[in-house]
Structure formats: C-alpha cells, structure tokens
Ligand binder design. Sequence first.
Ligand code: GLC
Ligand code: MG
Length: 424
Amino acid sequence: MDRLSGSARLMIVSDLDSTMVDHDDPENLSLLRFNALWEAYYRHDSLLVFSTGRSPTSYKRLRNRKPLLTPDITIMSVGTEITYGESMVPDNSWTQYLNQKWNRDIVIEETAKFPQLTPQSESEQRPHKVSFFVEEVKAMEIMNVLSERLEKCGLDVKIIYSSGIALDILPQGAGKGQALAYLLKNFKVDGKVPINTLVCGDSGNDAELFSIPEVYGVMVSNSQEELLQWYAQNAKNNPNIIHATERCADGIIQAIGNFCLGPNVSPRAIKDFQKCKVDIFSLGHEVVKFYLFYERWRRAEVVSSEQYVQNLKSVFYPLGIFVHPSGVEQPFHQCIDSMTRLYGDKQGHRFRIWVDRVSCAQIGSDTWLVKFDKWELSGDELQCGVTTVLLSLKAEVPDGFTWVHMHQTWLDGSRARDQTVICF
Ligand code: GLC
Ligand code: MG
C-alpha cells in the first residue's frame, strides 16, 4: 500500500453485509453517514479495508447496488483473496501460501458424502473456499465429523459457520483474521503499522478479526448470535471490543467515538454548518460539506434563503469557471444561479450525493488541487463525475477556502441522460 508515505492514522477493517451495509435500510443513510465522515476526515491519512465473505463477482454486484466507497484493500472470499487499490491488484504470495495442506478436490469429495450440505452457487466456490448452506441444528455435528475426516486425508482446514446458514471450508491459514494478521505483518516489515486498527463485524466469519492482538473491535448492534456467543466465550474481558448499540455503519462511527480514534461526528449528521462550525482543517470536509448542502438544497431540506446563496457566492471565486463533463464552460456564479432555481426539485425523490476517493495535493503556499469522484443518485440513474477543484485559502477568513476553478469528466461508462442543467 503505497498511497500513504507513513503509518495510517486509522485502519478500518470492516465486513460488508450487515456491518458496513444495512440491507434493512433502502436509503443507505448510515452508510452515507460513514462515507461523509471518512472522506471528510480520514481518507487522506488512513486506510479503509473491506473484508467480506463474498467472492469477487458477488462483491462487485454489491458495489453496483450500494453506495460503497472505494477501499484501499479488499479482502474477499472469507480472507482467501486479497487485492490492493482501485484496480484490485491480487496478492499472489497470499494465494501461494494458502496452498499448504489444501486440496480442493478432496474437500469436494468428502463433503459430497453429506446430503445435509447444500452447495452454494458456483460463483461463491473459490480456489481456497468451498461453501454450503446447512441448517443451524445440524451444523455443529457436521463440522466436527467433517473436520476429523479431512484431517485423516492429510488436510489442515478451517470450517466456519456464519449467519445461522452458511458453512465455509478454507485452508487453516486462511480466514479474515489470518488475512489481517498477514497485512499487519507486511506493514511491520515496511515500518508502517497503522497507529490504530478498528475491526468491525456482525457474524461468525468475523470472529477471527476480534482475536488479532492490539486491535479495537466493534460488533454492530445487529450482530448474529454466533458472534455474540463467540465473544462471550472468548473475549468478554477484552476492553478493546464493544457491542455497539447502533446498527451497521452507525455502530462503526459509535466505536470511533468510544475508543477516541478521531473525529466521530459525520458531516451528514450536522444539520446546519452555519451554526455548528467544525474546527478541523480539512479540504475533504470542504468538499463533503458543499455537496451535502447541494443535496439538501435540491431536496428542500434547508430553507430557501437568499443568505445561503450569498454565502455560496462568497466562497466561489467570481471569475472562476466550472468545466462541465460535456465540455461546456460556465462561470461559477451562473452555476450557482442555476442551482438556486433548482431548489426543492428533488423533494420527496430518491436523490443522494456522495464523494469518494478525495485526494489533495498542495501546489502553492495557499493553494491545493483536490480530486474526487462525485456520485449522484437520482431516481434510478447513477452518474459519476471525476472532479478536480482548485482551492485557495482566504486571507480574511481563518481556514476559509475559495473555490477557484473546477473541472469534471464522466467516469467511464457514466453519463447523465439530462445534460440541460449545468451545475456542479
Ligand atoms: C458470503 C459469501 C458466502 C459465505 C458467507 C459466509 O455470504 O457469499 O459464500 O458462505 O459469506 O462466510
Ligand atoms: Mg456480515
């Protein structure tokens, strides 16, 4: 992970289903709150790691359906596949290592002798993971018998039961916990062990994460019985693990606050930035705050006041230009006028904006280039503009920024159907 030159301030290692993603929340509000917090205060010096039971195919399906940020590291198939960065470069050394005392054919042969095991879909069967569904009442016994039989065949495997339904068979050295231990070992070699690590989960395959030394842990409020039981038997005296009272991503935010790991108020949880000033110098926050305002303006969740418009105009450089992905160039103040007219046009509609991959480069004593992906969900239409903004510190206002210039292009495959209105 070369994005950071030193140790990450915080590394979050989070499960996805029912931890980062709340499948009972069609609006994805807790996830959007986490996203705003992460991009405002953490992205520039921290690491986001997703650790899921899903295969690459099913992980990508989830990403297309939910507003998930781009993680720095993706661990898939219950810790058997590790990839790095946006382009998901696979860690082949990890895969090599997992071949020890593993033979997939033997696992398939032996498991076929248990009619109670229903194989999961083909996409979830991976080189180092064989997965089934099995009823909770039968799970324990099958796991014991199967373990013995595979051992007799000379294999060293790990059998994990999750969510009261899923049974995974992996090499002994695999699993979410082992994959994290491997990452931490590599960070140590590079002298870049994260200052703090927070692991987050809800079900059986996450249990291992909580047994890694020196990490903080949060079991979200909606955690499964099997994880809570594991905790009661193995970790209840560990003060660095909490069972949150909040669901999913809100539980993660709660843990950040509980363990004092950094800012823990999502900009999305702040209704009025005029009244509630944030005392942290952060360009990410500047961008997050602007797009939150934009979303709320169009949803009519802020009052339609001339003062807001004037405030915006004072933040945008009067001669500044917005270059729209279509190539059309428009002075900022004209964009603000267009936006003013759109007040409430998305009221009661599905309309959300979030930013991903915010990165900043200082290019002068008081100027920065800030680059990010701006995602806009409107009804069923999702579009993404890769955006670059030139920001400059205002001499008159402490920590006040001026937006000097802005340029947007469509992310590959993303293009708005309606290009009649040009604004941000
Ligand atoms: C995910 C995977 C599934 C696995 C389960 C528990 O749902 O898709 O294959 O069994 O996690 O680890
Ligand atoms: Mg889960």
